[in-house]
Design a protein around this ligand. Structure first.
Ligand SMILES: Cc1cc2nc3c(=O)[nH]c(=O)nc-3n(C[C@H](O)[C@H](O)[C@H](O)COP(=O)(O)OP(=O)(O)OC[C@H]3O[C@@H](n4cnc5c(N)ncnc54)[C@H](O)[C@@H]3O)c2cc1C
Length: 420
């Protein structure tokens, strides 16, 4: 018999178990992999962008679809609290651009080790290679769960279970969507899950021909049905299937939802966002006049990265052998237009196994935001990516896991104390 069982030794489960144990509960942590934190280890390209310095109001803005649900969780356990907690277990963090915190050592394994130390200090018992199979209820109250180890099924008794099984993205790390099945069997509604922060596939071969090219300081906008829906400024990348990179990942959530609602979105890239059309046109004209003897293919080197030039000349129909002084007004207009509006029709998005995060999940309307306890089943709590909450890159998704894990662990202890 345990006071609390936590399912999943990922970011949110490790914090939930550690916090509950710190408050004196007898905690069992279950992990179906043979080791903890597999996803945590690959975060931030192995460096782990732990959290973001942003104030609560900004954190809330970064979270979809209802950041306000996390107002209490963020206030109970903030980014500063996380940094202090890690420091308590010997891990110092450094602040980088955009308010992003990383471990000073630049190694995500050190974040995992600090969390494991937190769990050890509280006396959390952990069973690896152990899969939560089914939640056991009586009168809509948790009484334990059935678990599978090898081919053997058995029962664990507990009045509180925290489901922190993650989403469905990068399933090789263990997040295969099990938690949705556990919750659905208890009557919870699951908001349909979709890949988010995911690369996009594009029509034709324009992107493919530039694969490997990364563009900095560009602006990408999402358009659908003749309307601009959103834009992002920063870095993007061309790949063998289409487009990726930070600003594309940020826009992908909207693109995926537009596609699922039957629309055909387009990403329009402004390659020169610092110049308006008039300024850019003046510059094109000046360069063409001053360097009239240069071939167009060479003149373009001043304007665009090398890999892009042949593709761009094809799109605009400008002859690369033509001398700059021969560029017609109509051709210049075309060049100008494409520099400000390089369009990519989106034909699809990459699968869950390439998505950084899962959108959708446990409907937050069925969860108490003050405790993270289910409104349908007493003693059942949710934490982390399993909830219908996701955020942009920048350390926000892990902060969701830390804050909800902490709150769920703490609430389960308080609820248990009030029962005994
Ligand atoms: C490549 C990549 C890079 C990322 N980088 C960052 C970053 O730098 N910063 C950031 O903020 N976010 C980042 N994220 C997102 C972040 O990793 C997640 O938001 C976070 O890990 C979610 O934590 P979680 O505890 O909810 O789920 P997870 O970390 O996925 O943990 C869930 C755990 O539950 C276990 N489990 C599942 N089902 C069962 C079961 N039935 N029984 C027992 N155990 C089970 C799984 O094996 C897993 O260990 C990144 C994601 C990816 C894929």
């Amino acid at each position: 018999m345990y006071d609390i069982v936590v399912i999943g030794a990922g970011a949110s489960g490790l914090i939930a178990a550690g916090r509950a144990a710190e408050l004196g509960a007898k905690v069992l942590l279950l992990e179906k992999n043979d080791r903890p934190g597999r996803k945590l280890l690959i975060t931030g390209k192995g460096r782990c962008n732990i959290t973001n310095q942003a104030a609560t109001s900004e954190l809330i803005k970064q979270v979809h679809p209802n950041g306000r649900f996390l107002k209490h969780a963020f206030s109970v356990f903030s980014p500063d609290d996380m940094i202090s907690m890690l420091s308590r277990f010997g891990l110092e963090c450094i602040l980088e651009r955009g308010g992003r915190y990383f471990p000073e050592s630049n190694r995500s394994v050190d974040v995992l080790n600090a969390l494991l130390e937190y769990n050890r200090a509280g006396g959390v018992e952990t069973w690896y290679s152990c899969r939560a199979d089914r939640l056991l209820l009586t009168n809509n109250t948790i009484e334990g769960l059935s678990i599978q180890r090898g081919s053997k099924l058995s029962k664990v008794t507990s009045p509180s279970v925290i489901v922190s099984t993650g989403g469905q993205s990068y399933p090789a790390t263990g997040s295969t969507g099990d938690g949705y099945k556990l919750a659905r069997a208890c009557g919870h509604k699951i908001i349909p899950v979709r890949p988010a922060l995911v690369p996009l596939e594009t029509e034709g071969d324009i992107a493919q021909r530039m694969q490997g090219l990364s563009l900095k300081n560009v602006k990408a906008s999402v358009w659908a049905n003749g309307r601009k829906l959103a834009d992002e400024f920063g870095e993007m990348l061309f790949t063998h299937f289409g487009i990726s990179g930070p600003i594309i990942l940020s826009l992908s959530r909207l693109v995926v939802d537009e596609m699922l609602s039957g629309k055909q979105p387009t990403i329009v890239v402004d390659l020169k966002p610092a110049l308006d059309e008039k300024q850019l046109d003046k510059r094109l004209l000046r360069d063409a006049n001053e360097q009239g003897k240069k071939k167009m293919a060479n003149l373009f080197r001043q304007w665009l990265p090398q890999t892009m030039i042949p593709v761009f000349l094809d799109i605009t129909g400008v002859d690369p052998e033509k001398e700059a002084h021969q560029l017609t007004a109509a051709e210049r207009k075309k060049v100008l237009f494409q520099m400000k509006n390089l369009a990519f029709e989106i034909t699809g998005y990459r699968p869950f196994k390439e998505a950084i995060i899962t959108a959708g999940g446990i409907n937050t309307q069925e969860v108490d935001s003050k405790t993270l306890q289910s409104k349908l089943v007493k003693g059942l709590y949710f934490a982390g990516e399993i909830l219908d909450l996701d955020a942009n890159t920048g350390g926000y998704n892990l902060q969701i896991a830390w804050s909800t894990g902490w709150l769920a662990g703490e609430s389960a202890v308080k609820q248990g104390a009030s029962l005994s």
